[in-house]
Design a protein around this ligand. Structure first.
Ligand SMILES: [Zn+2]
Length: 128
C-alpha cells in the first residue's frame, strides 16, 4: 500500500471513468461490497484515496492518480493489473455534482447520456 499523495480531483475523475469496469471486476472477484461502501463514503464527503483505503480496495491509488494525469493529457489509459480497456474521458458532458468530478463524457454508441457513477447522477451537457 502506497501513501504517496495523489490529487483527489484526479482520483475522483479516474474512479468515475473506471467505475463501470471496476464494478465488473468487483463482482467477479467478490469485492463489490467494499466498492459500494467506498462509493457511499465518497458521496458523503470522504476523500477518494481515504475511502478506497478504508475499505481495503485492491486499487493502487498512486498508479490510478498517475494514470489520470496521463489520461487528462489525452492519452488513453489502461490499468494493467485490472485489464481495463481505455475509456473516453473527453466530451461535452460534465458532472453536475458539487463538487463535480473533473471527468468529461460523451453519449455511448446508443446515444445514452453518460452517467457519473461516483456521484450517482446523469452527466449534463455543458452550456457555453
Ligand atoms: Zn463523475
Amino acid at each position: 500500500m502506497t501513501t504517496a499523495p495523489v490529487d483527489d480531483a484526479d482520483l475522483t475523475a479516474w474512479l468515475c471513468t473506471y467505475l463501470p469496469a471496476l464494478t465488473d471486476a468487483a463482482n467477479q472477484h467478490r469485492w463489490a461490497h467494499k466498492l459500494t461502501a467506498a462509493i457511499g463514503d465518497i458521496r458523503a464527503g470522504t476523500p477518494v484515496a481515504q475511502a478506497l483505503a478504508n475499505h481495503h480496495l485492491p486499487i493502487d491509488i498512486a498508479a490510478a492518480g498517475a494514470e489520470q494525469v496521463r489520461i487528462s493529457r489525452g492519452d488513453p489509459g489502461l490499468l494493467d493489473d485490472l485489464n481495463i480497456d481505455p475509456v473516453a474521458v473527453t466530451g461535452p458532458y460534465t458532472c453536475p455534482a458539487t463538487p463535480p468530478c473533473p471527468r468529461r463524457g460523451q453519449p455511448d454508441t446508443h446515444g445514452h447520456q453518460p452517467r457519473c457513477g461516483v456521484r450517482g447522477t446523469t452527466m449534463t451537457l455543458r452550456s457555453r
